[in-house]
Design a protein around this ligand. Structure first.
Ligand code: SF4
Length: 290
């Protein structure tokens, strides 16, 4: 399932923005055509992306068009505009299936640095609460970078306390695309992230929060390897063509017991993180958790 960008304008300047440099020039006719194409290809859900999707003057028309074709809608947003309760209620009323909210830090200074804004953490938190209050289904997407990986467990403690009702949290390791290509220092080595991420996944399991992980190979997830998106896709029989395109197993993966459901590290990570540890072939399965 590929993303459909609606608009390039945004009220943030995220250091890792993958839309920057993509050269999207979405027009309403193109968006509607793309939705129609995905529906005809059998997609059950369309993912509407930005920029900041809630700035699109055509959002209502686009959502209703997709719903008429029987599609579910995932809306990517940074939730800042949802700090207005009426706006959040309006968005939920459109019939969006899932609000996918980019929530990169629970610390004000970290939030400002990553998003290139000032003082927006409070607004984003209010946006999430308003969407939940209005009955929206919310996923938090926490992009892991060198600026926040040490705080992964603390982020979960914050999210569990402040946003009961969140459907699930996706830990998405930074892709080496868009703005992140010029900020390659943002990419931490997998081995550095692994202990913090495993601890955070354990906290989620204890708090009853569902999790999904992507863009860091399953062999760095300890007993939570089953929470990797490629494991989930393979188990559900979903399309894995994008994973196969973006990732590649390395020769050292051969003895790994996880390889049937893993497509390896991201190709650009291997080029960008020179000399780092990319794989940890699993020859004895850890007790599966999560
Ligand atoms: S060693 Fe290779 S096959 Fe095994 S989990 Fe890691 S990346 Fe995937």
């Amino acid at each position: 399932m590929s993303l459909i960008p609606l608009i390039t304008a945004c009220n943030q300047r995220c250091l890792f923005c993958s839309a920057q440099g993509r050269g999207d020039t979405p027009s309403l006719p193109w968006v509607l055509k793309e939705i129609k194409r995905q529906a005809a290809a059998g997609a059950g859900t369309v993912i509407l992306s930005g920029g900041e999707t809630t700035f699109s003057p055509d959002l209502e028309r686009i959502v209703l068009f997709a719903k008429k074709l029987g599609l579910k809608i995932e809306l990517q947003t940074n939730a800042l505009t949802s700090c207005y309760p009426e706006k959040a209620a309006w968005l939920v009323g459109l019939g969006v299936e899932l609000f996918n909210i980019n929530f990169p830090s629970h610390e004000s200074a970290g939030n400002d640095r990553i998003t290139g804004t000032k003082g927006t953490l409070k607004l984003r938190a209010a946006g999430v609460k308003n969407l939940l209050r209005a009955g929206g289904r919310v996923r938090l997407t926490h992009i892991i970078s060198s600026l926040n990986y040490r705080s992964l467990p603390a982020f979960i403690t914050y999210a569990a306390k402040n946003f009961p009702g969140v459907k699930y949290i996706q830990f998405s390791y930074l892709k080496g695309m868009g703005a992140a290509q010029e900020n390659s220092w943002l990419l931490p080595a997998y081995a550095k992230v692994s202990p913090h991420l495993v601890k955070a996944l354990g906290l989620c399991a204890r708090a009853g929060i569902e999790t999904v992980v992507d863009h860091i190979p399953p062999c760095f997830l300890g007993p939570f390897y089953g929470r990797h998106i490629d494991f989930i896709k393979c188990a559900a029989g979903w399309d894995t063509s994008l994973s196969k395109l973006e990732k590649k197993r390395l020769p050292g993966c051969r003895p790994c017991l996880l390889k049937a459901n893993c497509f390896g590290p991201r190709k650009e990570h291997v080029a960008m993180l020179k000399g780092a540890e990319f794989i940890r072939p699993v020859t004895k399965l850890p007790g599966k958790a999560g």
